[in-house]
Design a binder for this molecule. Structure first.
Ligand SMILES: Nc1ncnc2c1ncn2[C@@H]1O[C@H](COP(=O)(O)OP(=O)(O)OP(=O)(O)O)[C@@H](O)[C@H]1O
Ligand SMILES: [Mg+2]
Length: 472
């Protein structure tokens, strides 16, 4: 073993090892020289004794040196992040290794905790709906949360804000904060890429005690959606006023005619009064639908609570519209699976939903053709691009009428408020253009979905999906 250790050392730093052995043996060399010169020891015996001491020191030093080398190698392995065993012969060396181990364990635990903290901070930032950027003193982006990466692209980190943003006002505001001319800046600006986004930005210096390279945080608020919503609301008010103004002006016109030129014409009077009554009932239907729409919108966040039998509701609606169908020589034919479970829904709203759909099928369907209704259970609701649908089992109720095919362009606009197809306006079929938007709102509240298909052969089919139960 001793020779193995010696040979171990041979390949390594031999010179420093020999120097250390010689240094350690130097005092005994002096002693032997003195003893030999005073003739207490023969020169031969002095050399032999010195050689024994040198060999002894070599043996003694080799084990320490080997342990030190192993310790050094072990520390290097730990520094590289790997764990390995260390085989040491000296007890002190063991104690040192143990101390290093416990120090290593302490730092590993600290690093793990720090890493977990950083990851949870990043996860929290990622859950925030608005984009957030962290920048250093030169305006380089050090970090971006998930919504910032969605808005500006995955490669936004490490870029400079001047390459990411084109708005001079924004860049000037950021540089003001970076130069500490201002603690925070707020401004509106437009982004070119992605195009035409109106953004509200808040740039804030980080406090001096926040160590690290990040010196400021930029929060961005995308106002495009809010502005679009605002525009939709004002368009809605404008449309509603316009729709109400038309029948109102017809009624006022006839009142004037009846007061003047048609004053003494009983035939004209009867005819005009009928038109006025029609316009008045249209106005009341419009007001009714507008109120209905706003009521349903207000209930959007309320989870429906009732347990309803969907077949009963549909049958009730069919019975109420039977007369209207017979006026157009139509029959309402209901096909249903026998085992349809009850669903969690708002009975009154679901009734209104089918009233609108079946009423449409009668109004716009081919006269003399049947309205076919089918109720069945399905395993899931088809997904929607614009709203959330419930997972799991559902009831699918389809309402079909015969008639000409609806173009794809028209199909995509049917649920828009006040949208009516030109051909139906030309045929003078009355309607407010709100029935399907009301239907859509009701379906959204129930986390269901509505699909429409149309072909020349099969006519038009609206299918409503309503979940059996609503989870949260
Ligand atoms: N089953 C259908 N077949 C063909 N076209 C339809 C059908 N249902 C709806 N449409 C078209 O979609 C438009 C919008 O329908 P919606 O129910 O929203 O309004 P409306 O029927 O005109 O008015 P209201 O429902 O107030 O009487 C209709 O005007 C019609 O052009
Ligand atoms: Mg309708």
């Amino acid at each position: 073993m001793f020779f193995k250790k010696i040979s171990d050392l041979r390949g390594e730093q031999n010179s420093s090892f020999s120097a250390r052995v010689l240094l350690l043996s130097f005092p005994s060399a002096i002693v032997f020289i003195v003893l030999a010169s005073l003739s207490f020891l023969s020169p031969m015996a002095a050399i032999l004794s010195y050689a024994i001491i040198v060999v002894f020191n070599m043996f003694f030093l080799s084990s320490i040196t080997i342990d030190l080398k192993r310790l050094k190698k072990y520390i290097n392995t730990l520094a590289e992040g790997n764990l390995s065993d260390v085989n040491l012969s000296e007890e002190e060396a063991h104690e040192i290794a143990e101390a290093i181990n416990s120090m290593h364990r302490f730092w590993v635990a600290k690093t793990d905790a720090l890493e977990a903290q950083v990851m949870s901070d990043a996860a929290i930032l990622d859950t925030l709906p608005d984009p957030i950027l962290m920048i250093d003193r030169s305006g380089n982006i050090l970090g971006a949360n998930l919504s910032a990466r969605h808005l500006l692209g995955d490669t936004v980190t490490d870029q400079n804000i001047e390459t990411v943003f084109t708005s001079n006002n924004f860049i000037n505001a950021v540089s003001k904060v970076l130069k500490k001319e201002s603690e925070s800046e707020n401004l509106f600006f437009y982004m070119q890429n992605p195009a035409n986004k109106k953004i509200y930005a808040h740039i804030k210096q980080l406090p001096w005690f926040s160590k690290g390279r990040a010196v400021a945080v930029i929060s961005l608020y995308d106002l495009t959606k809010a502005l679009k919503l605002e525009k939709m609301q004002s368009d809605f008010v404008a449309n509603a006023s316009h729709e109400l103004r038309t029948p109102l002006s017809v009624i006022s016109g006839f009142i004037e005619t009846l007061q003047t030129s048609a004053k003494n014409d009983p035939d004209a009077r009867d005819q005009f009064l009928k038109i006025m009554a029609d316009q008045a009932s249209f106005m009341s239907a419009l007001i009714e639908n507008l109120l209905s729409l706003s009521k349903i919108e207000l209930s959007q966040d309320e989870k429906p609570q009732e347990k309803i039998n969907i077949i009963n509701v549909v049958e009730e609606v069919c019975a109420s519209l039977e007369h209207k169908a017979s006026e157009r020589q139509m029959h309402i034919v209901l096909n249903k699976e026998t085992k349809i479970p009850k669903i969690t829904a708002d009975a009154q709203q679901v009734k209104q939903l089918f009233q609108n759909l079946i009423d449409n099928a009668i109004k716009y369907g081919l006269s003399g053709g049947d309205v076919n209704i089918q109720i069945k259970k399905v395993d899931h609701i088809p997904p929607s691009k614009s709203f959330r649908v419930e997972n799991g089992e559902a009831v699918a109720i389809s309402v079909n009428n015969k008639g000409s095919q609806i173009s794809i362009e028209n199909l995509s606009r049917l649920t828009e408020r006040f949208y009516r197809m030109q051909e139906h306006k030309n045929l003078n079929i009355k309607g407010t253009g709100l029935g399907l938007s009301i239907a859509k709102q009701i379906i959204m509240r129930h986390r269901g979905n509505l699909t429409v298909s149309s072909s020349a052969h099969n006519g038009t089919t609206f299918t409503v999906y309503l979940p059996l139960s609503l989870k949260e």
